[in-house]
Every structure is written in structure tokens, then in C-alpha cells.
Ligand binder design. Structure first.
Ligand code: V3L
Length: 85
């Protein structure tokens, strides 16, 4: 089922889970077939492009990160920059 699918963004050598609220927003937009959404991360607006499967800071897209949706697995680095391994 969809319940085990988690949204992640790319770090240098692995993947991070989105924070809980952002994850919920992405799930909702994805379910509604929206092509993209904007979220607030640490005071900055990020574009989450669900068609290109990337994210970037809206006003300063210096870094374009890949995103992915996959079953929860133990290899993720942590949640929103907080390491769990
Ligand atoms: N959620 C939380 N923080 C984010 C997100 C997000 N969706 N997107 C960017 N940042 P940029 P390693 C990441 C943070 O893309 O060692 C990780 O969460 C981003 O944090 O240029 O490379 C880690 O905290 C970065 O600090 O806009 O795997 C950190 O990188 C900052 O926003 C290091 O992770 C600028 O990212």
C-alpha cells in the first residue's frame, strides 16, 4: 500500500527523509496529481517538482536535489538533516 512510501531528498552520499509536515504536504500533492508544490524549509521556500522529481530553493536555486519516493528503509541518513545513523 501507499502507507509505506516515504519521500526523500538527496544528500551528498545518501538520502534524507523530509520532516513530517513537509512529507505530509508532498504526499497530499502527489495523491492529488499536482505537478509541483512549494514548502517552507527552515525559513526558505522550496519548490518540489513532482514531475522532474527534484527540489530547489525558489529564489536561489543554487542546488537542485533529486527527490524520490520509496518504501521506508533503514539506509536513509535521517530526517531533515538530523542524523539517525
Ligand atoms: N529539508 C531539510 N533541509 C533541507 C531541505 C529539506 N527538504 N532541502 C535543503 N535543506 P540547498 P549531506 C541538507 C538544507 O539544497 O551531508 C541535509 O538536510 C540542506 O540540508 O542548497 O550532504 C543536511 O542537513 C542544506 O543545509 O538549498 O547528506 C545537509 O544538507 C541547506 O538546506 C548535509 O547533508 C541548503 O540546501
Amino acid at each position: 500500500s501507499d502507507d509505506n512510501m516515504e519521500w526523500q531528498y538527496e544528500g551528498r552520499n545518501g538520502w534524507w527523509l523530509y520532516d513530517c509536515r513537509t512529507s505530509r504536504d508532498i504526499h497530499k500533492a502527489y495523491k492529488a496529481n499536482e505537478p509541483s508544490l512549494e514548502v517552507l524549509v527552515a525559513g526558505f521556500v522550496y519548490v518540489i517538482d513532482l514531475q522532474r522529481m527534484i527540489q530547489y530553493r525558489r529564489l536561489d536555486p543554487n542546488r537542485i536535489r533529486r527527490i524520490r519516493r520509496q518504501p521506508l528503509d533503514p539506509t536513509t541518513k535521517g530526517v531533515a538533516g538530523l542524523r539517525t545513523q
